[in-house]
Design a protein around this ligand. Structure first.
Ligand SMILES: *Cc1c(COP(=O)(O)O)cnc(C)c1O
Length: 227
């Protein structure tokens, strides 16, 4: 399927899922995940109205940022501390913040560059040890510590649900993130908590039912990735 058609089909499914949940479809942003896909594929999605793209490797994100300076990129993968410079130069929002050490390094570099960066705190809601993200029990302490980093604007939370055919288990991960967000709103009101980045090609409708405001969809738009 052409990228534009695929985007239109996903948008329709987002709208349907939102209405089924009694939500306004306009409050859900589709973030195409363009990792491993070409600059031309991104251009096709831009022509279909998309402005913000997800990437999970910083060098690839930087190359695409240089090729497409008017496009915005969200970093959704792990950030090694020696690549902080690329975040400051090329990333528009960071969805995968899960380390205070990384936050401190980023904050310092951002101050030097005179800019601020919207961030989401990544939470491991599935208890799978290989997954990135802080443990839900650490979230309140983590969010309190984040108050120190003025160049980082906390806007909400991000998660990846467990990869499973068990819809209840997947949906439980999303519900856990929303409930955690509600708790953080009470406990650490200094930050913004509106955004919930959750849901991918296989599970974004469940995520919308649980309150997602950003869905990160790769395969269902761009097709399979060459590993
Ligand atoms: C690759 C990736 C996605 C998109 O996954 P698809 O299943 O291809 O839609 C979403 N979020 C993160 C963090 C990713 O790394």
């Amino acid at each position: 399927m052409a990228v534009a058609d695929a985007i239109q089909a996903i948008r329709r499914r987002i709208d349907d899922a939102a209405r089924a949940a009694g939500r306004d479809p306009g409050e859900i942003e589709l973030i195409p995940v363009s990792k491993f896909h070409s600059v031309d594929a991104i251009r096709a999605a831009v022509d279909a109205g998309c402005r913000l793209f997800g990437e999970n490797r910083l060098q690839e994100l930087e190359a695409k940022h240089e090729a497409l300076p008017d496009v915005r990129f969200a970093m959704i993968g792990p950030v090694q501390s020696n690549k902080v410079r690329i975040v400051v130069d090329a990333v528009d929002e960071l969805h995968s913040l899960d380390s205070l050490d990384l936050a401190a390094r980023l904050d310092r570099r951002l101050h030097d560059a005179g800019r601020r960066l919207p961030v989401l705190i990544q939470v491991n809601t599935s208890d799978e040890p290989q997954k990135s993200g802080i443990h839900p029990d650490e979230a309140v302490r983590f969010a309190r510590e984040m108050r120190e980093f003025q160049a980082l604007q906390v806007q909400g939370l991000m998660t990846m649900a467990m990869a499973s055919d068990d819809e209840d288990a997947v949906r439980g991960c999303f519900r856990r993130l929303r409930e955690l967000r509600d708790e953080l709103r009470e406990e650490v009101p200094e930050h913004g908590w509106d955004e919930l980045s959750m849901g991918m090609s296989g599970d974004f409708e469940l995520a919308i039912a649980e309150g997602a405001t950003m869905v990160r969809v790769g395969t269902a738009i761009f097709g399979p990735r060459e590993a």
